[in-house]
Design a protein around this ligand. Structure first.
Ligand SMILES: [Zn+2]
Length: 804
């Protein structure tokens, strides 16, 4: 997989979705928006970062030899063990893992801060297992590990099974552990209570319950003398939740009577900014208040990094020349691991995206993520431009060679058994939902435009910028404003959103200004022609006139200065103010009008913002899954997407949305395939659900409650699904039930024909019927002939069909 290409396709999908909502009539604004989007205003260049290489901390065997660890640890902690024995691979530790194990052996509490993929959980699992081995299994709960999410507890559970169960006869694991979360059912919980494990994996809510429920008293008793209390990802407990957890920890100390509890926390980067020493102090402070025990900076263990490539001096004679040669040539990067590692360009890449020396301490720390390519943003160069400047080369060329080196490095390993390649890198792609166009109050040819919110035109604070909205029907531009009328006169101010009240003495309004179709001044024929029907009536002499009650809904003709002040006639910009509700479009060729009860601005006027965030997220997810499913190089179980969100409601909403989307997509693709197979004859109602069912080719076990059944039961299961599909097919065609997913007929992708209506022998062409009339029978009465209405009699079969 080429992740750069994947990024391109992902952004293209998002782009086409976002652009599909944008309709702007003003050519100058449309071009401005188009250029801004092409420059990546809503989908900037991704940031790139290398996963760092951790300094080695030796092996488990080394620590066993030094008696830091119990000798059984050498059998337990091996990689890829088989079910029956302990061969497998030697487990190499990172330096921060070794330091944590030593700290635990000294009986000290500690916090480990490091990034993802740095083996944080090993920093408490190894010491816990070592402790249980030394003190003896089956003496009650000796360690409690608390996870912020059950998903983390589950994956830890899997991980522990590999170490503690593989290679041992069933039930003879040297250390016993159990998961105790809301997922465990009654009998499992009962088994845990009656035979407590050595290590308990749980979450903080469950731990809270465990301390209070009478049925869990056995567990509290079993945890007397607890040695380890671990909070995984403890940086997640902040604010009120942090206070809850801090108090919970204090109650745990009390309940488990532990004088000697070792408190362990793991954390991602907790404090951003500041030197590593300052960060350590911050983390120690946070740990102290959470765990309620003294924590010094020496108890905060952070990652120790090393370079994967040698550091090079760019000023040295041949270094620049070698890099320049690599950029100029079309040669592939060195295939051999060591040749690649020693290439000066590999060193340059690691210094740019991987690690740097911290000033003062000279320790290696992670580089901040950086753009690979693209133009300068606020004086910050992309990596490719920086390299191009250094070598006096073409930035495009630099970018493509850098990509080649990065991709090659992401596959190259020191040896078969190395877990990570030399350049494991990540792309961080940000996508914004967009805002709207902001413009000054000036003529269409002159107004200054911005794609993001700014208070005023740069350098001209007297010209404020106003947000623009666009008629959904025709794309005509309106300024969204607040209307002020007081002692100082009248004015319009920029308004970002619809507001419920106008406590500040302003009212919601829109401003229309068009040189080509200016709003007529005064009440005359020109004005009447621009008004929608519902604002007009016929007077007794048959002339059209304004309804008296519509007087207050008339747009107000004004002249406005760039500052927003309403000024005298003939000065400033000629415009019209629509007060409060947007009732009709002022552009004469549009003609869209709304009733007063349609108050939602969103349905009438658009911005550039993606209205439906859930759909945007689903589109990105679907594209990622399509790409992953198509990548045969990946293991099947690796073809998956993880999605994180910052609150549960959002997660539930998105999950439901995704399911819906997948269902509709499956149904529609089934229909498409069935219709395609049938060809020009089309599908008739009678064969519809069967054909779509066949086209879907769903595996039986995907929908059958009991996939084992045979014979007539199997047929009736098929039949049930066919009927469900039939129902959903028609339900999906119901009009307007999803604004962002119009049905296939609305999109013009599906047409219906009615049997016996059209064609040469259809009812519509039958002259006798239309000329003379048709017979009807009501109840038990005799048939009687009804005349065909004159209008229908006179028209062509095509018009009759449209009417039908
Ligand atoms: Zn319009």
């Amino acid at each position: 997989m080429d992740v750069f290409d994947l990024r391109g396709r992902l952004v293209a999908d998002y782009q086409s979705y976002t652009r599909s909502f944008i309709k702007i009539r003003d050519a100058r604004i449309a071009e401005f928006v188009d250029n801004s989007l092409n420059a990546g205003a809503f989908w900037p260049e991704p940031l790139l970062q290398l996963n760092p290489t951790f300094l080695s901390g030796g092996t488990i065997d080394d620590l066993v030899a030094k008696d830091v660890l119990h000798r059984e640890c050498a059998r337990i902690f091996r990689l890829d063990k088989s079910d029956s024995d302990h061969t497998g691979k030697q487990l190499f530790l990172h330096e921060h893992q070794r330091a944590a194990i030593v700290k635990a052996r000294e009986g000290k509490s500690y916090v480990l801060t490091s990034g993802t993929g740095s083996g944080k959980s090993m920093t408490y699992i190894v010491p816990i297992v070592d402790h249980v081995l030394r003190s003896g299994s089956g003496r009650g709960i000796q360690a409690i590990v608390v996870y912020p999410m059950n998903a983390l507890a589950n994956s830890q559970d899997e991980e522990l099974k590999k170490f503690l169960e593989k290679g041992y006869p069933e039930g003879r694991s040297p250390v016993r552990f159990a998961r105790y979360t809301g997922q465990e059912k009654g009998d499992v919980r009962e088994a845990i209570r009656s035979n407590p494990p050595d290590v308990l994996l749980t979450n903080y809510m469950m731990l809270e319950l465990l301390l209070t429920r009478t049925e869990d008293r056995e567990l509290v008793r079993a945890a007397q003398g607890l040695r380890f209390l671990v909070f995984d990802e403890f940086h997640t407990y902040r604010g009120r939740q942090g206070a809850d957890v801090a108090l919970l920890i204090r109650r745990c100390r009390q309940a488990f009577g532990g004088g000697e509890i070792i408190c362990v926390g793991t954390s991602a980067t907790m404090a951003s900014g500041g030197s590593s020493e300052e960060q350590r102090r911050e983390v120690a402070k946070a740990a102290q208040s959470l765990f309620g025990t003294a924590f010094g900076p020496d108890q905060v263990i952070s990652e120790t990094l090393e370079r994967a490539t040698p550091e090079v001096d760019l000023a040295a004679g041949t270094v620049k020349e070698t890099i320049r040669g690599a950029i100029a040539s079309d040669e592939a990067p060195p295939a051999d691991y060591d040749a690649f590692r020693l290439h000066p360009l590999a060193s340059w890449i690691e210094s740019t995206f991987g690690v740097r020396e911290e000033s003062g301490t000279r320790a290696l720390i992670r580089q901040v993520p950086r753009r690979l390519q693209g133009s300068d943003i606020e004086g910050q160069k992309s990596a490719a431009s920086e390299l191009a400047d250094l070598l006096d080369a073409d930035p495009e060329r630099c970018s493509s060679v850098l990509r080649r080196f990065l991709l090659h490095g992401s596959k190259l390993r020191r040896s078969e058994s190395s877990r990570f390649p030399i350049f494991a890198f990540r792309l961080h792609q940000f996508l914004t939902r967009g805002d709207t166009v902001w413009a000054t109050l000036e003529s269409e040819a002159e107004r200054h435009l911005e794609i993001t919110k700014k208070a005023a035109k740069p350098g001209q604070p007297e010209k404020p910028l106003f947000p623009l909205v666009f008629c959904r029907q025709c794309g005509t531009v309106y300024y969204r404003v607040k209307f002020v009328s007081n002692d100082q006169g009248k004015a319009v101010l920029p308004r970002e959103d619809r507001r419920e009240d106008d406590d500040d003495g302003t009212t919601d309004a829109y401003l229309y200004a068009s040189a080509q179709s200016p709003w007529p001044r005064g009440v005359g024929q020109a004005l009447l022609e621009r008004l929608p029907e519902f604002m007009k009536e016929l007077s007794t002499d048959g002339a059209e006139r304004l309804r008296p009650e519509s007087q207050k809904d008339l747009p107000e003709s004004v002249f406005v200065e760039a500052s927003g002040r309403i000024t005298r006639e003939g000065q400033g910009l000629a415009a019209a103010v629509i007060h409060r509700n947007f009732l009709f479009c002022l552009e004469p060729s549009c003609g869209v009008a709304y009733t007063k009860t349609q108050r939602s601005e969103r349905n009438k006027l658009a911005t550039l913002g993606v209205d439906n965030r859930s759909t945007a997220t689903t589109i990105l997810a679907v594209r990622s899954l399509i790409e992953l499913q198509g990548d045969r190089d990946l293991n099947r179980e690796a073809r998956k997407l993880l999605s994180f969100t910052d609150n549960r409601q959002d997660a539930s909403l998105q999950a439901g949305h995704f399911n819906d989307f997948v269902q509709v997509a499956l149904l529609r693709s089934g229909l498409h395939k069935a219709a395609h197979q049938k060809g020009s004859a089309g599908l008739s109602h009678g064969e519809l659900s069967r054909s779509v069912f066949d086209a879907m080719q769903l595996p039986f076990e995907e929908y059958a409650a009991d996939p084992e059944i045979h014979g007539p039961n199997r047929n009736s299961t098929h039949d049930a699904l066919r009927r469900v599909i039939g129902y959903h097919l028609y339900r999906d065609l119901q009009r307007g039930w999803r604004v962002t997913a119009p049905n296939l007929e609305d999109c013009g992708l599906l047409t219906f024909e009615y049997v016996g209506l059209g064609g040469s022998d259809g009812l519509l062409g039958e002259a006798r019927l239309w000329d003379t009339g048709f017979s009807v029978r009501e109840g038990r009465a005799a048939e009687r002939l009804v005349d065909t209405p004159a209008a229908l009699r006179a028209c062509t079969p095509e018009i009759r069909e449209a009417a039908a």
